[in-house]
Design a protein around this ligand. Sequence first.
Ligand SMILES: NC(=O)c1ccc[n+]([C@@H]2O[C@H](COP(=O)([O-])OP(=O)(O)OC[C@H]3O[C@@H](n4cnc5c(N)ncnc54)[C@H](O)[C@@H]3O)[C@@H](O)[C@H]2O)c1
Ligand SMILES: O=c1ccn([C@@H]2O[C@H](COP(=O)(O)OP(=O)(O)O[C@H]3O[C@H](CO)[C@@H](O)[C@H](O)[C@H]3O)[C@@H](O)[C@H]2O)c(=O)[nH]1
Length: 473
Amino acid sequence: MKITSICCIGAGYVGGPTMAVIAKQCPHIKVTVVDLNEVRIAAWNDPDVDKLPVYEPGLGEIVKEARGRNLFFSTDVDGAIEEAQMIFISVNTPTKTYGLGKGMGADLKWIELCARQIARVSTSNKIVVEKSTLPVRTAEAIKDILQYTGSGVQFQVLSNPEFLAEGTAVDDLLMPDRVLIGGDPSPEGGDAIQSLVDIYATWIPTDRILTTNVWSSELSKLVANAFLAQRISSINAISELCEKTEADVNEVSRAIGADSRIGPKFLKASVGFGGSCFQKDILNLVYISRSFGLTEVADYWEQVIIMNDHQKRRFALNIVRNLYNTVSGKKIAFLGWAFKKDTNDTRESAAIYVADYLLNEQADVKVFDPKVSEKQIYADLDYLGSRDPDQNRLGLSVINDPYEVCKNAHAIAVLTEWDEFKDYDWQRIYDSMLKPAKIFDGRNLLNAQRLRDIGFIVQSIGSANVKSHTVIA
Ligand SMILES: NC(=O)c1ccc[n+]([C@@H]2O[C@H](COP(=O)([O-])OP(=O)(O)OC[C@H]3O[C@@H](n4cnc5c(N)ncnc54)[C@H](O)[C@@H]3O)[C@@H](O)[C@H]2O)c1
Ligand SMILES: O=c1ccn([C@@H]2O[C@H](COP(=O)(O)OP(=O)(O)O[C@H]3O[C@H](CO)[C@@H](O)[C@H](O)[C@H]3O)[C@@H](O)[C@H]2O)c(=O)[nH]1
């Protein structure tokens, strides 16, 4: 089937950018992105593309080019479903917070709602595409819901997981390493797969478009994230050993990454990985494995999360220890709150957990992030439920100026690797801080030697440098 009309349910970090790029590359296809969230849709329609709900480099220009031509954002979910030949489901699938699988399994209630809505509204044959990240065999449930409508409408269900990373979404979508499409082995399934292949083949070389059965596709998404996160936890585990042995984790990364079998990417030690995906998807993998009775498999992958939690806690504890075992009433300046640079997304950001830990120690936390709002920062802290919202506002404040945030601080903690942090006037910052002026670089972002030359005491992740450089200025 030649596709000329697509709908995407869910205008989030995946639905918005993914559909914007399809619309840009395929002007012959009408792409409508729908969401229940009116505020989000209004922001996607804002004439000022700086106000789009998702910040991604390059996205504003693409939206400007395609919006109103063949890209539309709307809250009319029923209308868009009815009109489309192909429907992408790109809604959130967070970790369950209640009932069976609480804290481990994926909450699929929004997926099921979409399937039921598609079943109810459709009067013509549709291809339904799982774009959300889902537990293996979810397509079975979706098919079940779709095939008993009694309307005679035929549905094909495909799995087409998204591999974009935030902050580089546009490049990842324009030049992906691969696109993965899973479908039924039947002739109808094959036709559906081909319809989706044809869309991507408009701009992606066909040897990068992989087709598999539905279950392999669903599972591959969870496995890809588990492998990526495992590399980070592995290097973070080694970072702790480096701190004890005077090995330097950056040098170890370079040395092992030069082996082409290991490769250099995703070996950057940090305060711990964040983001909406890694933890959720690994917990889901662990849950699925446990539910099949695969205890060793589940334990193996769970260790990736245990190590990550340890790394976040260890970073915070290190700050306390190095500030003479108390941070009570001490001003700690946070540079960064987003879970990585070039995004305004804060979900599962390490900064949230480090702040929570320091607030428990009665620190006076001041935060600056170039793209994250005060409202979001308080929402993240309040969501943890560790203390009353009032106490969060007493203990932590958000300051929109990096120099102000560092003024009179006892220490700076770098939580996000924003490029601009490297170019600050560090002499000016040093002069404004209490002495000894300490920096805990959770991203190994800053030039430690340059900072030491100014007079800072610098603690990077994975190098045994704090004690040997302790100088009271
Ligand atoms: N964020 C990423 O970088 C990323 C990358 C790859 C895959 N994924 C996966 O993609 C999926 C979506 O992630 P996201 O980050 O875009 O989530 P998101 O929370 O940013 O967006 C999801 C949107 O779906 C909307 N929604 C929920 N139920 C709906 C319904 N019934 N009808 C209409 N709209 C509905 C919500 O209002 C929300 O705006 C998840 O499964 C996630 O694991 C995310
Ligand atoms: O060497 C590294 C690489 C990353 N990180 C951290 O790991 C987290 C995740 O980073 P990244 O993977 O770049 O961003 P995400 O947007 O979370 O993307 C991941 O999760 C998405 C959602 O499933 C997938 O689509 C992507 O392929 C996958 O990379 C961030 O906190 C990074 O700071 C490190 O600490 N060290």
